[in-house]
Design a protein around this ligand. Structure first.
Ligand code: HEC
Length: 121
């Protein structure tokens, strides 16, 4: 009987944990796509970082914004394409932020406005 109680409470605990994890997964992205576009693309943060002249703070800010971009779901286009395009931006920004060689060129390539807008805007 005691064993059953332990098993049951363990089961209940796991259920709670799963609920918490699921809730966290559905949390709202830190920034909307529009906010990310304004700060990174329209206001030129991405260009500045890709140009190799940005501070570490700017590089981190760009990475944070692109992580938010990936957390969003665009109104248009399929998820696999979005994950590939937004994911490429996150990876390139992370490489620049951690000082990898040649990462600026990768960032420039990932930030091609037209290709992504055609599929997802
Ligand atoms: C990884 C995909 C992606 C890339 C790359 C991208 N964009 Fe966007 N952009 C979007 C999506 C999706 C929207 C539509 C957002 C919406 O309507 O919610 C958007 C919207 C915009 C908007 C309108 C924002 C608003 O307030 O309505 C501007 C301006 C913009 N992008 C500029 C750029 C520029 C400039 C570049 C290239 C330097 C670029 N974007 C690259 C995905 C991308």
């Amino acid at each position: 009987m005691k064993k059953l109680v332990v098993a049951l409470s363990l089961f209940a605990f796991c259920g709670t944990l799963a609920t918490v994890v699921l809730a966290a997964d559905e949390a709202k992205p830190k920034h909307t796509i529009k906010q990310v576009m304004k700060v990174t693309m329209k206001d030129g943060l991405c260009k500045k970082v890709a140009g190799g002249k940005a501070s570490q703070e700017d590089k981190n800010k760009l990475l944070d914004a692109f992580v938010s971009l990936l957390e969003n779901k665009p109104k248009k286009g399929d998820a696999a394409s979005w994950n590939a395009k937004a994911g490429a931006l996150v990876i390139a920004a992370a490489k620049v932020a951690t000082g990898r060689k040649g990462a600026e060129a990768e960032l420039k390539k990932a930030a091609s406005c037209g290709a992504c807008h055609k599929a997802h805007k």
